[in-house]
Design a binder for this molecule. Sequence first.
Ligand code: FDA
Length: 283
Amino acid sequence: MRRAVARFMPGESFDDMIGAARTMAADAVTAVFTRLGENVKDLAEADGVARHYLDGIDRIRGLNLACEPSIKLTQLGLDIDRELAYGHLRDLAARAHDAGNYLWIDMEQSNYVDVTLELTRRLRIEFPRIGVCLQAYLYRTREDLVELMGRGIGIRLVKGAYNEPAEVAFPKKSDVDANYYALAQVMLDAGSRASGARLVFGTHDTQLIETIRRHAATLGVKPAEFECYMLYGIQKATQISLVRDGASVRVLIAYGAYWFPWYMRRLAERPANVWFVAKSMSR
Ligand code: FDA
């Protein structure tokens, strides 16, 4: 498992992540970093996670590397106490702001969407450099997207990685893909862009990326006005060719010891990955 997971993460330490970010920088691909972890149930552990990110933001500032933090609220203790999680989130936003960095907030299971967006809006009152992930598989996302962009909150649009019931999310992948494109069109619309919110398309779906880029071109939206994000270890050649085509590309690098649930989501996204693990194990 450890050998197989190495395809998706450069290692377990912050330094492993920095090494990967430096290598990517040589190809003009910038980075987002996240230390794996979720549903932290212990106060001291949540404090430790917050300290890790604070130190990380400081270290990146010293290295002069384009590398932005992305965190999960349940990693900051949301399941224990939402004010505790907000306190940590606020500290991270303040540190990122002082460092000229940016803070991304991941989106977790659908039962966390309301609280995640509520805390994001509250944070935006004080800090302009924040963005949140929205999932195209949820029926509610169109409404959330318009409302959040109106506040100038950066949007990282993804398809969605969790197993959600049909009451809240499109069960069919083709509907998720279609909704992603519909939402991308809303993001690129002149009215939405007026707020200056960052526009990020987080997907490895190369056809979808091309369709979005073509649509942007017909609207006269320049490649520098939106960004394409991918995960470390997936579609590397596409990342580089997008950069050569003038796109802004960032790759999210995950690291840390608590990789199991995150890795299971990566396996679920693509059945071929399961064969890859099986082959590694038999070797
Ligand atoms: P899709 O699943 O249709 O895949 C398109 C193609 O990409 C596949 O055919 C394959 O070639 C390749 N591919 C996709 N996944 C792969 C994998 N695991 N291994 C190998 N190849 C793969 N989700 C969430 O719920 N909350 C979040 O906060 C985030 N954050 C986030 C940040 C960033 C930068 C990215 C890129 C993604 C996320 N995600 C996420 C994950 C997202 O919801 C989604 O599960 C994955 O991106 C896979 O979906 P695709 O859009 O790539 O399309």
